[in-house]
Design a protein around this ligand. Structure first.
Ligand code: G
Ligand code: G
Ligand code: MN
Length: 398
């Protein structure tokens, strides 16, 4: 059998048990796959240099070796193959392997228990996740530092706003400003792309200034209808090495006729802070002035317990990666619950980001989480849309 492009589909099965290799090859024959088999990592690597595969079925334990050592090779081989794990180990190991493969940028279809049920394997191959078709093209369209500098000069960057909602009663307590770069006649550039460019090219201060101005102005315009509304702005650790930041923020707050309580500074310690002493001084001065300080993406990277101990945070945001899995992954839920109780003991406001369902919102509310943010409540929206969204929410329920 052939696929839509008229070529034969090829599958590589990597398993040290001969009978399993045969079961897999037999199972996928009906779907038109031609199968190559490898019993060791070396054999698999040899196949990968000679042949591009549409799908790879990988045993997690190959005798002494670990199947996951092949992930990097799979990615480098290109061709965006579909990856399916098989294993006798428990489901936590299979879930961890899937996460790892996804982190490598691989297209993961699923993980099956051994012995493999042929029908389950065919089901995974029939409904693959979409190809990473645009990966190469987005690479070539990546903007340069000059593009970004030009966009900042022309005022092409703006903020969108995502609501933060009190979980006990559904009140809107604030919004988070998220930088957006919409290029005329071109695809929008996501912040995970342009924020690092700004950080590496001395543009992050200018970018932060524009977002702060837009965010505080918007907050001022929302205030008449929503007097308690605050706005959170993401502040890169690089900006914290500027000792003039507290005065600059003071001036912006005054110009917008807002008190310091209107601003939440969300700090992600994404990399080691170059000058921790100045950063600590800047943050402490902001906090003394009355600005709230939030430790963002808590639980990942350098947003760690040590950072929490050293810096005067008033709010903790549990990273989306824990929240998005907490209803299906009991371990993630334990981490979330423990983080909530730790934050409460430290007297911090706890925010959960990435809430996508009512079930997760309810679970977090019962666990004592103060504030929720995520698509379930509202996506990031332009200023006007958010104003309309807030007005609609303020109408008392019938
Ligand atoms: O929607 P979302 O894709 O907007 O944001 C992706 C990441 O970019 C988030 O981790 C967020 O913290 C970061 N980010 C968004 N806007 C800003 C900003 O104005 N400044 C900084 N430093 N980071 C931002
Ligand atoms: O600053 P921070 O890393 O927290 O930025 C939040 C990011 O998470 C933004 O990219 C925002 O668009 C994204 N986001 C917000 N809510 C949700 C959600 O419910 N689900 C998902 N998948 N992403 C979300
Ligand atoms: Mn944030």
């Amino acid at each position: 059998m052939v696929d839509g492009t008229g070529s034969v589909r090829r599958l590589l099965v990597v398993d040290d048990e001969r009978i399993q290799r045969l079961i897999v090859a037999r199972a996928v024959e009906a779907l038109g796959f031609q199968t190559d088999a490898a019993a060791t990592l070396q054999e698999a690597a040899d196949h990968l240099v000679r042949q591009r595969y549409d799908a790879v079925v990988l045993d997690l334990s190959l005798g002494e070796a670990e199947g996951i050592s092949l992930l990097q090779g799979l990615r480098d081989a290109g061709g965006d193959p579909l990856v399916i794990f098989i294993s006798r180990l428990d489901s936590r190991v299979r879930i961890a392997a899937m996460r790892l493969a996804a982190a490598f940028g691989l297209r993961v279809a699923g993980a099956l228990e051994k012995p493999v049920a042929p029908a389950a394997l065919r089901a995974l191959l029939r409904t693959p996740p979409p190809r990473h078709a645009d990966r190469d093209s987005t690479m070539t369209l990546a903007p340069t530092a000059e593009d970004l500098a030009g966009a900042l000069d022309r005022g092409e960057l703006c903020a969108e706003f995502q609501p933060k909602v009190a979980l006990p009663d559904g009140r809107v307590v604030g919004v988070e400003a998220l930088a957006r770069w919409k290029r005329l006649g071109a695809a929008a550039v996501p912040p995970d792309v342009f924020i690092p460019i700004a950080e590496q090219n001395g543009l992050i201060e200018a970018l932060t200034a524009q977002i702060l101005q837009h965010a505080l102005g918007a907050c001022r315009r929302w205030r008449p209808g929503n007097p308690a509304c605050s706005v959170a702005v993401n502040i890169s650790p690089l900006v914290l090495t500027n000792a003039n930041l507290p005065e600059y923020i003071d001036r912006l707050l005054q110009e917008a006729h807002l008190g310091p309580g209107a601003l939440v500074a969300e700090i992600t310690e994404s990399s080691v802070i170059a000058n921790p002493l100045i950063a600590a001084e800047v943050l402490t001065r902001l906090r003394i002035k009355g600005v709230s300080l939030s430790i963002d993406d808590f639980g990942t990277g350098h947003s760690s317990l040590l950072t929490l101990l050293r810096l005067p945070f008033s709010e903790l945001k549990i990273d989306r990666s824990f929240i998005s899995t907490c209803d299906t992954d009991p371990e993630a839920w334990k981490i979330v619950r423990a983080t909530i109780s730790m934050a409460r003991e430290l007297g911090l406001t706890v925010v959960a980001e990435g809430i996508e369902t009512e079930e997760v919102a309810a679970k977090l509310r019962h666990a004592g989480c103060d504030i929720g943010q995520g698509w379930y409540f509202g996506r990031p929206m332009p200023e006007d849309a958010l104003a309309a969204w807030m007005a609609a929410r303020l109408v008392p329920a019938a």
